[in-house]
Write a protein that binds this ligand. Structure first.
Ligand code: HH2
Length: 287
C-alpha cells in the first residue's frame, strides 16, 4: 500500500509506511477505558491537544460509548458533547478530526463545523442517510464491521470463518460507499475488534490481518485496552480475569507492534505517546 493516501476534506494523509495514529477523545461519562475523564469540554480539548503533541496524526471524537451492552444516546446529546470540543480543536490542531458516530444528523453537523472524517462503526448500515452525508461533505469514512448495535452485538458473536465473513461484510460496505459517490481514496476499512466478537474471534482476526488487505484499502485497527487483551494478560497469572483496563497498556502496545508489522494503515489508540515510541523502534528495525 506504499504511495496510498487518505483524503479527508482538504487533508491528504500519506499512508503506506508505519501506521498513522488516531488518538481517541471520548467525551462520554461511560466509555469502557476512560469514561468520565473527558466529559468536561475543557478536559476533552486539553486531551485532544495533548494527543496531537504526542504524535497523533488524526483525532477521533466520540460522544456515545459503543462498548458491549451500551445503550444509545440521542443525536442531541451527542452534539451537545461534541460541538464545543470540535469548535475549539478545529482551530488549534492541523490534523484531520474524525467524529465517531453512526448517526447522519450528528455527522452532518460535525462536518459543517470542521470535522473531515466520519468513523461509522456500522459501515454505513445503521442510518440510511449516512452514505450520502459523507459523500456530500467530501469526508473520509472508516467503514467498520459490527454484526449488530452495541446493546445486542455480543449475542451475534457466531461465525463459521470470522475473517471471511468480516471481509465479505466490509466488501459490501465498500460497495455501499462507492454507490453513494464516496471515492476510494476516502475509505478505510476496520474489522471491528470487540464488536460482536469473542476474544477468540479477535485473536483470529489479528493473526490473519494479512487477509484483510484483499480489499485493496487501508485497514484501521482499534484494539487499544480492549477486554480480550485483559483476558490474555490474566492467563496463567492467578490474578482474576480480565486484568483491569489501566493494566492493559503493555498488552495494547504488543498488539500495536504486531499490527505495524502487518501493514495496518491506522491504529486507533488511547496511549498515543507510548504507541509512537513503539513505532520508532519498529522504524529502526524495518528501514
Ligand atoms: N472501538 C471503539 C469505538 N469506536 N471505531 C473503530 N473504527 N474501531 C474500533 O475498534 C472502535 C471504534 C471502542 O473503544 P472506545 O471508543 O475507547 O470505547 P467506548 O466505545 O466505550 O467509548
Amino acid at each position: 500500500m506504499n504511495g496510498t493516501v487518505l483524503k479527508a476534506g482538504d487533508h491528504t494523509l500519506p499512508l503506506g509506511g508505519l501506521p498513522r495514529l488516531m488518538g481517541i477523545v471520548n467525551i462520554t461519562p461511560d466509555s469502557f477505558a476512560d469514561g468520565g475523564r473527558y466529559v468536561d469540554p475543557v478536559a476533552a480539548i486539553d486531551h485532544g491537544l495533548r494527543l496531537v503533541d504526542e504524535g497523533a496524526d488524526l483525532l477521533d471524537l466520540g460522544a456515545e460509548s459503543t462498548r458491549p451492552g451500551a445503550a444509545p444516546v440521542t443525536a442531541a446529546i451527542e452534539l451537545e458533547r461534541l460541538l464545543p470540543v470540535l469548535r475549539e480543536l478545529r482551530h488549534r490542531v492541523t490534523v484531520p478530526i474524525s467524529v465517531d458516530t453512526y448517526k447522519a444528523e450528528v455527522a452532518r453537523a460535525c462536518l459543517a463545523e470542521g470535522a473531515t472524517m466520519v468513523n461509522d462503526i456500522s459501515g454505513l448500515t445503521f442510518d440510511p442517510d449516512m452514505a450520502a452525508t459523507v459523500a456530500e461533505g467530501g469526508a473520509a469514512v472508516c467503514l467498520m464491521h459490527t454484526p449488530a448495535p452495541p446493546r445486542t452485538m455480543q449475542e451475534h458473536a457466531h461465525y463459521g470463518d470470522v475473517v471471511r465473513e468480516v471481509v465479505a461484510a466490509l466488501a459490501a460496505a465498500v460497495a455501499r460507499a462507492e454507490a453513494a459517490g464516496i471515492a476510494r481514496d476516502r475509505l478505510l476499512v476496520d474489522p471491528g475488534i470487540g464488536f460482536g466478537k469473542s476474544a477468540a474471534h479477535n485473536w483470529e482476526i489479528l493473526r490473519r490481518l494479512d487477509e484483510l488487505h484483499c480489499l485493496g484499502l487501508p485497514v484501521l485497527i482499534g484494539a487499544s485496552r480492549k477486554s480480550f487483551i485483559g483476558l490474555a494478560l490474566a492467563e496463567g497469572t492467578g490474578v482474576g480475569a480480565p486484568w483491569p483496563v489501566e493494566e492493559r497498556r503493555e498488552g495494547s502496545l504488543g498488539v500495536a507492534a504486531w499490527c505495524a508489522l502487518h501493514g495496518i494503515a491506522v491504529l486507533r489508540v488511547h496511549d498515543v505517546d507510548a504507541t509512537a515510541r513503539v513505532l520508532k523502534m519498529i522504524a529502526k528495525l524495518t528501514n
